[in-house]
Design a protein around this ligand. Structure first.
Ligand SMILES: *[C@@H]1O[C@H](CO)[C@@H](O)[C@H](O)[C@H]1NC(C)=O
Length: 224
């Protein structure tokens, strides 16, 4: 009895020491497949038992063929905008899931639905970052560009052009920001989008994972 209690206490400690990673995004995170591909990379790096994907949402589409052991938690919300999440949701989500690492893939709906301009979107990112750091001063952030879309690429391009300087401006040793440039510049083409012109195909999801997974792994490794 006592031995078992000690064992379960040890198991609790081991799981408490996992690095919590929050995949934050819109439908590209919710209903597309990059999380499954990224998990495969995390497993390949030998980190499957040391990473805990967190977030109030669960699941991944069957077509994604997520690898065995895949951790389905996330905070991807279809149709949602960075602007609204920064104002209404991020503080609560940070309290709920207490992530060590947040990967951010947002902005597409700010353009398509919100018709927001580049400056407003960049300001929303700053507001997100401030809330994340208020909740966890040591949070590591994997910040992505907006992936190309078939229309209003000009606003996406304007945001993406400003992001490297934004990252440098806000990067700190205590709360590092890693930058994923998933844009035309690095080979993401509109051929990697589904018919709706917004959501990645499986090939596009693989490209997104190729960018995000190594940075998530780097962030996790730095925190171990
Ligand atoms: C941010 O700073 C960390 C070190 O604190 C560094 O590892 C990382 O590469 C920097 N990010 C960028 C995009 O330069």
């Amino acid at each position: 009895m006592r031995g078992l209690t000690i064992l379960s206490a040890l198991a609790a400690v081991a799981s408490a020491q996992k690095v919590k990673v929050l995949p934050l995004g819109d439908s590209i995170t919710d209903i597309c497949c990059w999380r499954g591909f990224a998990w495969a990379e995390i497993a390949k790096a030998g980190l499957a038992d040391q990473v805990d994907f967190v977030g109030s949402m669960t699941g991944i589409q069957g077509r994604c063929n997520a690898p065995s052991g895949f951790d389905p938690n996330h905070e991807g919300h279809s149709g949602w905008q960075a602007y609204d999440i920064a104002r209404d949701n991020i503080a609560g989500w940070m309290q709920q899931s207490k992530p060590d690492v947040v990967s951010v893939l947002l902005g597409t709906n700010d353009i398509n639905i919100g018709k927001r301009d580049a400056t407003t979107i960049i300001n929303a990112y700053t507001s997100l970052l401030t809330s994340m750091r208020t909740a966890n001063p040591n949070v590591a952030v994997v910040m992505s560009t907006i992936i190309p879309m078939r229309w209003d690429d000009a606003t996406a391009a304007a945001v993406n052009k400003q992001l490297p300087a934004w990252v440098q401006q806000h990067n700190t040793t205590q709360s590092p920001i890693y930058f994923a440039d998933i844009s035309r510049t690095t080979g993401f083409t509109t051929d990697m989008l589904q018919g709706d012109g917004v959501h990645p195909t499986i090939q596009g999801d693989q490209i997104i994972s190729n960018h995000l997974a190594p940075l998530i792994i780097e962030a996790v490794t730095q925190l171990k």
